[in-house]
Design a protein around this ligand. Sequence first.
Ligand code: NZQ
Ligand code: ZN
Length: 381
Amino acid sequence: MNEFTFTYPTKVYFGEGTAKKALSAELGRMGNTVMLASGGGSIRANGIYDEVKGILEEAGKKIVDFSGIMPNPTYAKVQEGAALARENNVDFILAVGGGSVIDCCKVISAQAKLDEDIWEMEYGSYKFPSEGIPMGAVVTVSGTGAEMNSGAVITCEDKNWKGPIVGVSADFAVLDPAYTASVPKMQVLSGAFDTLSHAMETYLGNSDRDNVSDDVALAVMRNTVINMRRLLEDINDMQARGNLMWDSAMAENGILKVGRLTDFQAHQIEHQLGAYTDCNHGQGLAVIHPVYYRHIVKDAEEKFARFAKEVFGAETAEEGIEALQAFIQECGLPTKLSELKSKVEITPEILRKVADTSNIIKCGPRELSRDEIYEILTECM
Ligand code: NZQ
Ligand code: ZN
């Protein structure tokens, strides 16, 4: 294990039916003015918005509504939220949604306290925020694990760039599986595939042999696959949804990453694919992963063989990758770029741009060239 310091700032409430109790318990730290942030309308349709608003109103909070945060949240939306938070002297931000709402709020929180533009600050001066408006996250669709880390993934439309911006961590996170009950099947499975991807990408980074992070990552992968299969039998199996909700948090709360490096090359490619196409994150990963892994299998054969055996009960490294591909098909997730919902036609020119702008990871099984990324994307067509 490499040297590390591990500290955890987020208090977590987990359990079916826990949301109301958790929010009531946290009212004291929210101050008077609460920004209630949400997405495109799902929580208004399923009653969560009214429930949360009712709890805040009953406690006498002034509510500043900030809705319409889109999947793959944009930098413009971050700036809109930060301006609204400043104008209204917001004391607390309550993000109610999935990775998109939570990520957007993490950066709103930091930007609202800064005089300079946060993207310029992080990418121009390599400085990162040290404070923000306190926030809480109520998860309504799981998979990203965004509720338990300070990193956000934001799309800068003018730059054709989708990537990380460091924001603030939520002071508390509410993981109530009942709040995910209305998530459509395809989104449930896409989110769960994102979780599987996080654990695989972490596991394939450079690490010492026999470290516990590898073992925990394999356990999270195995558990994610088991519970996804339970949902294929019965999408309303709330116990399986709850198991996946905690898998999701475990995969991205930093525990798997301590003392080791990570790969995340598939994520880098998918993020840039998202910048150009606005495709769904988990579905983009489902297309890219098997193709990328066929390219690098010889560079991490032992690790792939262990993955094959422990996650899919397969014999060899190559068979493990084919089992992953078959599992993606079994879930009904996309296997080709042409199956993704995209805002533009996915042409070879678009793929070249994606390849030319993706981050290249140096601590995975092998550093890819831009031409090889293009080749991988072409094989995904
Ligand atoms: O916008 P609304 O109307 O709320 O609909 C959302 C959205 O269309 C819907 N939804 C949410 N809760 C629901 C619901 N539908 C029915 N019932 C409910 N209870 O679900 C759709 C997807 O929501 P979104 O938040 O976009 O999904 P997800 O949680 O997968 O987040 C994806 C974003 O997170 C980033 C991705 O890149 C993407 O931008 N990621 C963030 C990470 C992090 N911060 O650690 C790591 C990930 O690798 C990822 O990059
Ligand atoms: Zn992801």
